[in-house]
Design a protein around this ligand. Structure first.
Ligand SMILES: Cc1cc2nc3c(=O)[nH]c(=O)nc-3n(C[C@H](O)[C@H](O)[C@H](O)COP(=O)(O)OP(=O)(O)OC[C@H]3O[C@@H](n4cnc5c(N)ncnc54)[C@H](O)[C@@H]3O)c2cc1C
Length: 391
């Protein structure tokens, strides 16, 4: 199915990505799951292979050593990437935040370039125990001290916070202004006095990505640790969320549903009950057809929106709809997959059990389903269907 054409280069890229994922990653998914944070010696060879094949930091511009892919190209790639476990995705293909493009001067050599090369790991610390969906209400502060700032506060749910070499930390620099020029992003190195990794917060899925608290107690950072401009942390973050939501949630959800559909179709044609392949039962066929149809719808939304983004159209509201639909679609797909596999669906021997757990958080991070629904309805009532791309 083609909504926007793949160039021959992107066709070749997605084919070799698929091959790499099937031959190198599928065989280790189960092992990784049981490791609770795979050791570097396990990940490093896979990451090195991915880098050599041009699969590392594909989301970053070519001039800093990234893949330099456009939005639609990135979505094609992410669709393939979604066919493996989120733990392997983060660690093998890299979780390199677009915000790092705001690095200036010496920051480029210290943070941006080594991170794109896969030599340094980064995490992003926005969420706090009392500031989740309402990220603007963070209370971590960065008060001026000498030429720099003193950071105080607590972040939680920070993915890979313990293995990151540095964190991008959002802190309030002007309480009166808050999102309107009062929140700043800082680059804070591991081992900076006053910066410590706190308790691990074990999640139902995506085992192997560790989520932790980060504590900041009178943590001094110099002026050279400000990412971008003072007060511009929030708009800088918002500028990159659309691409994340479209590619890393929307396209990955389509890829995950595709993998589940393959597993289900294979199981339905091999598992026999009552003397028949279970795929001969119409109720099993219905589940397969529903997942295929919903996956097609999500894919159409992802690629259509990506093509519009590449054409320079402001698609923020459509991206909300894509994120909402694709994340809920993959959860329905995973639920049906469990049902089609019966007892094997909840047994850890089959990968569908893992996908079922891994998919759940797609509806929570990068804006919960409720936050996106609220946004879509608000825009509809205020501005009509135009901004939603419905006219
Ligand atoms: C696995 C995982 C990894 C994460 N990684 C990171 C990370 O690396 N860095 C980071 O900074 N954060 C991270 N987060 C945090 C994530 O961004 C938040 O969990 C998310 O923003 C939701 O916030 P919350 O959990 O505090 O839920 P809450 O905001 O407390 O929401 C609770 C419920 O209330 C609903 N709700 C809230 N506001 C509204 C509203 N206005 N209208 C209707 N319903 C509403 C929500 O939809 C939800 O159902 C991660 C979270 C998880 C689970």
């Amino acid at each position: 199915m083609t909504i926007c054409q793949k160039s021959p280069e992107v066709e070749a890229l997605t084919r070799s990505l698929r091959r790499f994922i099937e031959t190198e990653l599928h065989p280790v998914e189960h092992t990784i799951e049981t490791m609770q944070g795979p050791p570097d010696e396990f990940i490093r060879p896979l990451r090195d292979k991915a880098r050599a094949l041009g699969f590392y930091a594909m989301n970053m511009p070519a001039e800093v050593g990234g893949g330099g892919l456009g939005t639609a190209e990135m979505c094609f790639a992410e669709e393939q990437i979604g066919r493996t476990s989120p733990v392997l995705i983060r660690q093998v293909f890299g979780q390199v935040y677009l915000m790092l493009m705001a690095c200036k001067g010496a920051q480029r050599e210290r943070y941006l370039l080594p991170t794109v090369r896969g030599e340094r790991n980064c995490c992003i610390a926005i969420t706090e125990p009392n500031a989740g969906s309402d990220a603007a209400s963070i209370t971590t502060t960065a008060e001026p001290r000498g030429e720099g700032f003193i950071i105080n506060g607590l972040k939680h749910f920070i993915s890979d916070g313990d293995r990151a070499d540095y964190a991008i930390v959002m802190a309030v620099t002007d309480k009166a202004k808050r999102v309107k020029g009062g929140i700043t992003a800082f680059l804070v190195d591991k081992n900076t006095p006053g910066f410590t990794v706190g308790a691990a917060q074990n999640m139902m899925g995506q085992h192997g990505v560790r989520h932790v608290e980060l504590h900041f107690t009178d943590c001094y950072v110099g002026p050279e640790q400000v990412l971008g401009e003072v007060g511009q942390g929030f708009p800088m973050m918002l500028a990159s969320v659309s691409r994340v939501r479209l590619a890393q949630i929307g396209a990955r959800a389509v890829g995950m549903a595709g993998r589940l559909l393959d597993l289900c179709a294979a199981y339905a044609t091999e598992r026999t009950q009552f003397g028949k392949k279970i795929g001969e039962f119409q109720m099993i066929q219905q589940m397969l057809a529903d997942t295929a149809t919903e996956m097609f719808a999500a894919r159409t939304m992802v690629m259509g929106t990506a093509a519009n983004v590449d054409a320079g159209i402001d698609c923020r509201e459509q991206v909300s709809m894509v994120k909402l639909f694709a994340s809920e679609m993959v959860n329905r797909a995973a639920d049906r997959a469990v049902q089609i596999f019966g007892g094997m669906g909840v047994c850890q021997e089959a990968p569908v059990e893992r996908f079922f757990r891994d998919a759940r958080v797609f509806r929570i991070y990068d804006g919960t389903s409720e936050i996106h629904r609220a946004r879509i309805a608000t825009v509809l009532m205020r501005d009509g269907q135009g901004p939603l791309g419905l006219e």
